[in-house]
Design a protein around this ligand. Structure first.
Ligand SMILES: *[C@@H]1O[C@H](CO)[C@@H](O)[C@H](O)[C@H]1NC(C)=O
Ligand SMILES: *[C@@H]1O[C@H](CO)[C@@H](O)[C@H](O)[C@H]1NC(C)=O
Ligand SMILES: *[C@@H]1O[C@H](CO)[C@@H](O)[C@H](O)[C@H]1NC(C)=O
Ligand SMILES: *[C@@H]1O[C@H](CO)[C@@H](O)[C@H](O)[C@H]1NC(C)=O
Ligand SMILES: *[C@@H]1O[C@H](CO)[C@@H](O)[C@H](O)[C@H]1NC(C)=O
Length: 485
């Protein structure tokens, strides 16, 4: 079993009121802070220690099951400036209160996939009518129950990369059906509405149609409209430019978007270490006018080599140069511009669905499949069970693992900074830990070093012809570190 530097005291989490982040809501094409109205942009990372293959329901382990693991990783995310974490595979039977409370205390939101790679736990792109069934929807609703009471649950992905060149033409309508059912379930059973969106593969010929199809208003099925759109895109490699990465085309394509759009994965790894010069583009105009930030793929090093940190078998962490480079890029974000409210964006409304919106062979029908009576019953009566009621107080804040920088020096003074009520995390704030030199990834880069990504002199290998690399790599995930522990 894993060894932590110091054991966590039993009962570390007290079931009492704790400071909480303010929920984030969707307003027009922006995410906004529900109380202050400030715009919210995702400065995020995908989190799946052990990789997709590490998901083993019934084992009692998922990425949010172990308090010590979450504390270790939330500290390193918080000091980097991360405010959002995406998690793909979760087990609704596990109580995630301890981990959700740690991320909440750190000022970090979570956007969660309701699906998993197991049979009956996602929509099958070849035969969606078979996978849209009671068992599947019950499991989806259980995920909603497991997370609806946490203030830092930012949203749910109803599906990830289901639509591609091979998907059946009825798939988009089934995604609308699942989205509808999830939204109706949340409306019926959650005290707070939580947004529901789709995460798309970067299949450029289908991208605009996918967005238009899932995002338009259907008068006979209003709940089936997605609340936000995530794009998994690996088109910026090395020191690419805005144009080389095809970001100019994305900005143009989504400039009329009426729901928030963001990178639900980014971070090409063809050039290593990654320099993340795309951060300069993503969080400044013109991109930031249209995109709500993004999530770097991914926190931990797995066989596909997209990690920011290496998790060793003894639970210690080595920060990769990628982590330091990302923090340096985050440090250059203009936070004031990033959070400024935009009345134009929040005033946008979805257009009515028209068949003329679809120009490819994506689908030809706006007939959303009818809800199954069994699913209606689940929405009417709930899925039953005992579920977490909200965040608890976090009392353990000291780093529980040994963390070293790429130079081998150990970081000292790492801790979770518990934020005050209504605060969330941002780069340059709440940074703990030092290696005697300001701490890896926290030194301000000199003005001559890589600055805003769009102004880089590009000699890169990047081109928009390899935009689908992420989907392929994801499909090839193999057993990761975590599963071997
Ligand atoms: C999926 O669910 C259906 C019915 O809801 C059931 O008949 C089928 O056996 C399930 N398949 C698997 C692989 O669990
Ligand atoms: C405000 O929103 C509009 C509509 O989405 C967008 O075109 C514009 O770029 C945004 N302005 C800023 C400063 O982000
Ligand atoms: C739809 O078009 C794509 C090219 O954009 C092609 O690869 C795919 O085979 C077509 N699908 C069908 C069902 O015709
Ligand atoms: C719902 O409205 C769309 C768009 O007008 C239409 O194509 C579809 O057939 C309608 N579905 C039903 C079940 O009436
Ligand atoms: C976190 O950062 C904010 C902004 O700099 C600061 O006001 C707050 O005191 C910090 N909180 C902690 C616990 O360090």
């Amino acid at each position: 079993m894993v060894q932590f530097k110091s054991a966590l005291a039993a009962g570390a989490l007290l079931a009492s009121a704790a400071n909480a982040v303010t929920p984030v809501v969707v307003d027009g094409s922006d995410f906004v802070n529900a109380i202050s109205g400030a715009r919210f942009q995702m400065i995020g990372v995908a989190y799946q220690p052990g990789g997709a293959a590490g998901f083993d329901p019934g084992s009692g382990v998922d990425p949010l099951s172990d308090e010590a693991v979450c504390l270790r990783d939330a500290i390193l995310m918080q000091r980097a400036g991360i405010n959002t974490v995406r998690i793909y595979n979760l087990d609704p039977e596990i109580d995630h209160t301890a981990c959700m409370s740690i991320f909440n205390a750190a000022g970090i939101y979570l956007v969660l996939d309701v699906n998993s790679p197991l049979p009956n736990e996602s929509i099958n792109r070849a035969a969606p009518w078979e996978s849209y069934n009671e068992d599947y929807m019950r499991r989806v609703f259980q995920i909603i129950e497991a997370f609806k009471n946490f203030p830092n649950t930012l949203g749910f992905f109803s599906a990830n990369e289901v639509i591609n060149e091979e998907s059946d033409p009825s798939v988009p309508s089934y995604i609308r059906a699942v989205t509808r059912d999830i939204k109706d379930y949340i409306s019926a059973h959650s005290e707070r509405y939580i947004p529901v969106g789709y995460s798309a593969a970067d299949v450029r010929p289908l991208l605009a149609d996918t967005f238009n199809y899932l995002g338009c208003e259907l008068e006979n099925s209003t709940a089936s409209k997605m609340d936000f759109f995530g794009l998994n895109s690996y088109s910026w490699c090395g020191d690419a430019t805005f144009e080389e990465a095809g970001y100019d085309i994305l900005v143009e394509e989504f400039s009329g978007a009426h729901v928030p759009v963001f990178f639900s994965e980014y971070g090409c790894n063809e050039v290593k270490p990654r320099t993340f010069t795309e951060v300069g583009s993503i969080y400044s105009t013109p991109m930031s006018g249209v995109f709500s930030g993004g999530l770097v793929y991914e926190y931990s090093e797995e066989p596909n080599e997209y990690g920011l940190v290496v998790i060793n078998e003894d639970n210690s962490i080595e920060l990769k140069q990628d982590y330091l480079n990302l923090v340096d890029q985050y440090a250059q974000i203009d936070l004031e511009a990033l959070t400024a409210a935009n009345g134009t964006a929040t005033g946008l409304e979805a257009p009515i669905c028209e068949s003329s919106m679809i120009t490819s062979n994506l689908t030809n029908s706006f007939d959303v499949p009818e809800r199954l009576p069994e699913v209606q019953d689940l929405i009417d009566n709930g899925v039953g069970g005992t579920w977490p009621t909200g965040v608890a107080e976090v009392s353990n804040t000291a780093e529980v693992a040994t963390v070293t920088g790429p130079d081998g020096n150990e970081l000292t003074g790492l801790e979770l900074r518990i934020l005050a009520e209504d605060q969330s995390n941002l780069p340059g704030e709440n940074t703990s830990g030092t290696d005697g030199d300001g701490g890896p990834g926290l030194t301000k880069p000199s003005t001559t070093s890589s600055g805003s990504g769009s102004s880089q002199t590009g000699s890169s290998a990047a081109s928009s012809s390899k935009v689908n690399v992420g989907a392929i790599v994801l499909a090839g995930l193999t057993l990761g570190v975590w599963a071997q522990l």
